[in-house]
Design a protein around this ligand. Structure first.
Ligand SMILES: Cc1cc2nc3c(=O)[nH]c(=O)nc-3n(C[C@H](O)[C@H](O)[C@H](O)COP(=O)(O)OP(=O)(O)OC[C@H]3O[C@@H](n4cnc5c(N)ncnc54)[C@H](O)[C@@H]3O)c2cc1C
Length: 471
């Protein structure tokens, strides 16, 4: 492994390497602003992603840039921090080196005095990894753009199809998992189909779309209070979402999904399946656990001590979605608070001070369902409907990074949701649509190459020309 632009400290200052510029890593880096350290923030994407609003990119409301500012731009005024775009592949705790691969394939060695690993989580298909080919999840900007293309391409196909059965298939969308992401995605697809798109299509009646939300548990939003669950299900159903509880996805291919529910097995014909059902920690959690001689939990998370360090390595911190600490949920607040805390520990150590153990301050949870409706549970108070929606808007805008992005998001929402009821980010190209409706997404995450074939045989009496007459 070569050491490229990343060798010994030129200033003799304490070297902190932070892996991951998400909620955890960014907050450690920021907390070290002005400290007598050299921070290297290494991430395999060049941006800080505000994952809670990914579903809005996936449904054409927000453009990606508003929720994914460049890490380099965020930290441009922090003189003691630099940002590297590289994929971390090795953590050598004995030699205190992080091994990372640069975009051109070269290997970088990043020496550290203190290491903070905040690499987040990825999708879990509960052992059925082949589902990834048929049911994409949403963790990255690329995922969200892919989901958006996949949704929009199906409406285009519905406009072209002449056979009612085929059109119904194109207009069937199945979301697996009714946690906050699944609820938000299903709600927004329903709004697209039933409110936004009907006037834009001539042959397809997008109001005929079926949006099916599957949940293995007995209620939507499983960790939320029953009152909030009941409201969410009622609102979803009012918006035209079919909610199916106690129902699992047991099989799928490019044209269908088979589900097992209270009434037994059923195969639903659809080209659109989206996965919002499970997460597992970054593989770096397992690597850290192996070095420290500890077991990961069922979600692959590495256990950490009350000061967020890994067993036997006081110089190695791990935070956020990839760690198991006090049964904290895998949401943004633990990662943010742990990031700030670790920054403080590093500064205290350099100053010879003790830091008390990490204590989590629970600010509550919330989820939005659709236009002007949300649920929130904060400080013991349960709020539903429009007041919860206002809270949701306020909190999400507050936590976006940068005033430009906050104002841009408010403006885009005002235009898309409150004034015109349209979506400004609906660009798809023929190639993307072709790949989506013929092949789906390659397992590696890259679209497959275009193959000159069509998905399905035409219906026996289908016209082969595009119907021109408006309805
Ligand atoms: C669709 C979606 C919706 C969500 N909605 C909410 C919500 O409404 N409210 C809420 O509180 N939470 C929500 N969450 C959860 C929240 O986003 C996470 O809990 C939070 O992002 C965790 O922060 P983190 O720093 O641990 O990881 P992340 O924010 O995921 O950051 C991890 C970073 O590490 C980088 N990385 C990973 N592996 C490597 C590697 N090998 N080399 C280099 N870099 C690497 C990644 O590129 C990423 O930038 C949502 C998550 C998703 C996916």
């Amino acid at each position: 492994m070569g050491t490229v632009g990343a060798g010994q400290s030129t200033t003799g200052r304490h070297r902190v390497v932070v892996v991951g510029g998400g909620f955890g890593g960014l907050n450690v880096t920021r907390a070290l602003a002005g400290a007598d350290v050299e921070v290297t923030l290494v991430d395999r994407s060049n941006h800080h992603l505000f994952q809670p609003l990914l579903y809005q990119v996936a449904t054409g409301i927000l453009p990606p840039g508003l929720i994914a500012p460049a890490l380099r731009s965020i930290s441009k005024r922090q003189r003691n921090a630099r940002v590297l775009l590289a994929d971390v592949q090795d953590l050598d705790l004995d030699r205190r080196l992080v091994g990372a691969r640069a975009p051109d394939g070269r290997l970088l060695e990043l020496p550290y005095d203190t290491l903070v690993v905040a690499a987040g989580a990825t999708h879990s298909y509960f052992g059925k990894d082949h589902f990834a080919e048929y049911a994409p999840g949403m963790k990255t900007i690329e995922d969200a753009r892919y989901v958006r293309d996949a949704i929009l391409a199906k409406f285009e196909m519905a406009e072209i199809a002449t056979d009612p059965a085929e059109r119904a298939e194109w207009l069937t969308f199945v979301v697996v998992g009714a946690g906050p992401t699944g609820v938000e995605l299903a709600g927004q697809i329903a709004e697209l189909a039933h409110t936004v798109l009907p006037r834009d299509y001539r042959s397809a009646d997008t109001r005929q779309a079926r949006i099916i939300l599957l949940e293995g548990a007995g209620a939507v939003l499983p960790p939320f209070a029953p009152k909030l669950q009941a409201y969410t299900q009622k609102r979803l159903e009012e918006m035209g979402v079919e909610v199916r509880l106690n129902t699992l996805a047991v099989d799928m291919d490019h044209q269908s999904i088979t589900v097992k529910g209270p009434d037994g097995l059923e195969t639903i014909r659809t080209g659109s399946r989206f996965w919002a059902a499970g997460v597992q920690a970054s593989p770096l959690a397992r690597m850290l656990a192996g070095h420290a001689g500890v077991e990961t939990d069922r979600a692959g998370r590495v256990p950490v001590s009350a000061d967020c360090t890994v067993a036997g390595h006081p110089e190695v911190f791990a935070i956020g979605d990839m760690v198991a600490l006090d049964k904290l949920p895998g949401v943004a607040q633990p990662a943010i608070q742990e990031g700030k805390y670790v920054g403080r520990v590093i500064k205290d150590r350099l100053a010879g001070r003790q830091t008390p153990p990490f204590r989590y301050f629970d600010k509550g949870t919330m989820a939005t369902i659709g236009y002007r409706s949300a649920v929130a549970d904060a400080f013991g108070v349960k709020v539903i409907g429009f007041p919860a929606y206002v809270m949701w808007v306020f909190i999400h805008v507050l936590y976006l990074v940068g005033w430009g992005n906050r104002l841009g998001t408010l403006y885009t929402w005002a235009r898309a949701l409150w004034l015109s009821h349209t979506r400004g980010n609906r660009i798809i190209a023929f190639e993307t649509a072709h790949q989506e409706v013929t092949e789906g997404r390659a397992p590696a995450g890259r679209p497959p190459t275009i193959l000159p074939r069509s998905t399905r045989p035409p219906a026996p009496d289908a016209e082969e020309t595009i119907p021109g007459a408006p309805r």
